[in-house]
Write a protein that binds this ligand. Structure first.
Ligand SMILES: [Zn+2]
Length: 283
C-alpha cells in the first residue's frame, strides 16, 4: 500500500511520526503553510517559516524516504492581523520555488472583509503562477463558509479542477462535487470526520476527485489516519485499486497540475543540511 498525505503539518511533528508514517506506507506528503497556534507579529516570521517549508522540512522528510512538497500562502486567520498583511507581498516569490505545488491554505476563518481580500488576491496569484489552490473551510459555520468559498472561486476565473475545498463533511461535500472542485477530507482522532464516516461518504459519492488527509498538526491529531482510512475502505469492500486511487493517484493527479511533483526521492537517504546532521540533532 502506498499513501500520499495531501495535507499534513510536519513542522509540528517529530521524527517518530516520520518513522511511523514511512513504516505504514506513507511515501509522499504536502505540507500547507498555516497558522502556528502562536500568532506571528510580522512578515519576517513568515519568511523563516516559508523557507523551512521549502528547505529544512523536505530534507527532514527525505531521511525517511518521504517526498515532501509545500503550499504557500497567508492563512485566513492571520490575514486579519494588519501586522501580517505585508506577507501577501512575499507570497509570489515563494510560489516560484521548486517543491511549491499550490497556493494555500487560503479561504475563510471568520469570513471578514480582510479574509475576503486575502482570499481573492491569492487566488489571482494562483492563476498568475499556474498553480492549483488549497482552500480551507471554517470549522464554525461550515456550510455558509463553503458556499461563499465556492462563489469566490467561481468569480476568480481559476478552473474548478485546480481547486481543492478542504475539511469537508457529509453536509458540505455535495455542493463542492457539483461545482467541479476536488473534495478534501481531514480525518481526526475523536471529533469531526472519522475513517468510518469517510468510508460512508466514499460509498455515496465515489472515489473520484476526493483527497483524504490527516491534517496532523500541533493539536490532537494522528498522522496515520490516512492509513486507517485505507484499512477501513478495504474492510468495507473497496478494492485495492479504489484505495490506491484515493490515497495515491488522486493527490498525484491534483498536485501534479503544478508540474512540480517530484516523487523520485522516496528512498531513504542520510546527509547533512547546512552542516547539521538530522540523525544526531541540530547541535
Ligand atoms: Zn491545515
Amino acid at each position: 500500500m502506498r499513501i500520499f498525505d495531501p495535507h499534513i503539518h510536519m513542522t509540528s511533528r517529530t521524527t517518530d511520526d516520520y518513522a511511523a508514517m514511512a513504516a505504514a506506507g506513507v511515501r509522499a506528503i504536502v505540507e500547507p503553510a498555516f497558522w502556528l497556534g502562536q500568532p506571528r507579529t510580522g512578515p519576517g516570521s513568515f519568511a523563516d517559516y516559508f523557507d523551512a517549508l521549502v528547505g529544512w522540512e523536505p530534507y527532514r522528510a527525505a531521511q525517511f524516504g518521504i517526498a515532501h512538497h509545500a503550499t504557500i500562502a497567508l492563512n485566513p486567520k492571520e490575514a486579519n492581523d494588519p501586522r501580517c498583511r505585508p506577507v501577501l507581498d512575499l507570497v509570489p516569490r515563494y510560489l516560484a520555488k521548486d517543491g511549491v505545488v499550490a497556493v494555500g491554505e487560503i479561504g475563510y476563518d471568520s469570513m471578514t472583509p480582510e479574509e475576503d481580500d486575502a482570499f481573492t488576491r491569492q487566488l489571482a496569484m494562483a492563476v498568475e503562477a499556474g498553480l492549483p489552490a488549497l482552500v480551507h473551510t471554517p470549522h464554525r459555520d461550515k456550510v455558509r463558509g463553503t458556499t461563499r468559498s465556492l462563489d469566490v472561486v467561481r468569480e476568480s476565473g481559476i478552473g474548478p479542477e485546480r481547486v481543492v475545498i478542504d475539511h469537508l463533511n457529509e453536509v458540505t461535500v455535495k455542493q463542492v462535487k457539483d461545482a467541479g472542485c476536488w473534495a478534501g477530507f481531514s480525518i481526526y482522532p475523536d471529533t469531526k470526520m472519522s475513517p468510518p464516516r469517510m468510508v460512508e461518504i466514499l460509498k455515496d459519492y465515489g472515489p473520484e476527485r476526493v483527497l483524504v488527509n490527516s491534517a496532523a498538526d500541533w493539536g490532537k491529531s494522528d498522522p496515520l489516519l490516512t492509513v486507517r482510512t485505507a484499512e477501513a475502505m478495504r474492510e468495507a469492500g473497496f478494492t485495492d485499486d479504489d484505495v490506491d486511487l484515493v490515497l495515491w493517484r488522486n493527490p498525484v493527479e491534483f498536485y501534479g497540475q503544478s508540474g512540480r511533483l517530484n516523487l523520485d526521492n522516496t528512498t531513504s537517504a542520510e546527509g547533512t543540511y547546512e552542516g547539521s546532521s538530522i540523525l544526531r540533532g541540530g547541535s
